[in-house]
Design a binder for this molecule. Structure first.
Ligand code: COA
Length: 169
């Protein structure tokens, strides 16, 4: 299941322990604390060791990484793979859309999952737009289902794409 070259010049590769500094920095950009969960170094290091987890890093050829995706669990017979986290270091420049497309392709080409899913805060309009554009559909709403760092509560939307939909895209 090695990650290889993807469309255009965007390259995906599996992250290693040497990439934890990048991952920590990417999920801690200003404002991201309201958009994405943030793990400690120890949590990422432990997750990297797990068989049910895959971190994918993306970069344009010859460039440093521009973002990462965390798949956990990588496989589930019923629910499929969960995209637990995705973050780019220069938002709004099209990198996230390309990264997401590459991750979806990787999941359906490199694993036998029938479904890829995630949850996203309702207030994260940028991410929801990118997910919809990549073919994910909104499955349902989890009301008040997350406590943000400032103590307020956020709604989350479950989104998914099925293998059949990916095949017919
Ligand atoms: C979500 C994320 C990965 C998307 O990557 P990105 O590189 O910023 O996305 P793109 O530039 O490819 O596309 C952004 C789209 O949202 C639109 N957009 C930008 N800001 C927006 C906003 N505030 N509200 C709604 N749409 C917005 C852009 O116009 C673009 O749509 P278009 O391609 O139809 O014009 C990235 O923004 C990110 O890392 N965000 C912080 C972490 C995060 O939210 N992760 C997801 C958690 S579920």
């Amino acid at each position: 299941m090695a990650a290889g070259p993807v469309a255009g010049t965007l390259l995906l590769r599996t992250a290693t322990a040497a990439d934890v500094d990048f991952i920590l920095a990417a999920e801690r950009l200003p404002g991201y604390e309201r958009l994405v969960a943030q793990w400690s170094r120890e949590q990422h290091q432990a997750a990297l060791e797990r068989d049910d987890t895959r971190y994918l890093l993306a970069a344009h050829a010859g460039q440093p990484p521009g973002g990462f995706a965390l798949l956990q669990p990588l496989h589930d017979t019923h629910e499929g793979a969960k995209l637990r986290r995705i973050a780019v270091v220069r938002p709004g420049e099209g990198f996230g859309r390309a990264l997401l497309t590459a991750v979806i392709d990787w999941v359906f080409e490199s694993t036998d999952n029938e479904r890829l899913w995630l949850d996203v805060f309702t207030h994260n309009e940028r991410a929801r737009r990118v997910y919809r554009a990549a073919g994910l559909q909104e499955d349902g709403l989890l009301r008040g289902a997350y406590r943000l760092p400032d103590g307020s509560r956020a709604d989350r939307v479950i989104m998914s794409v099925l293998r059949q939909e990916w095949r017919e895209r």
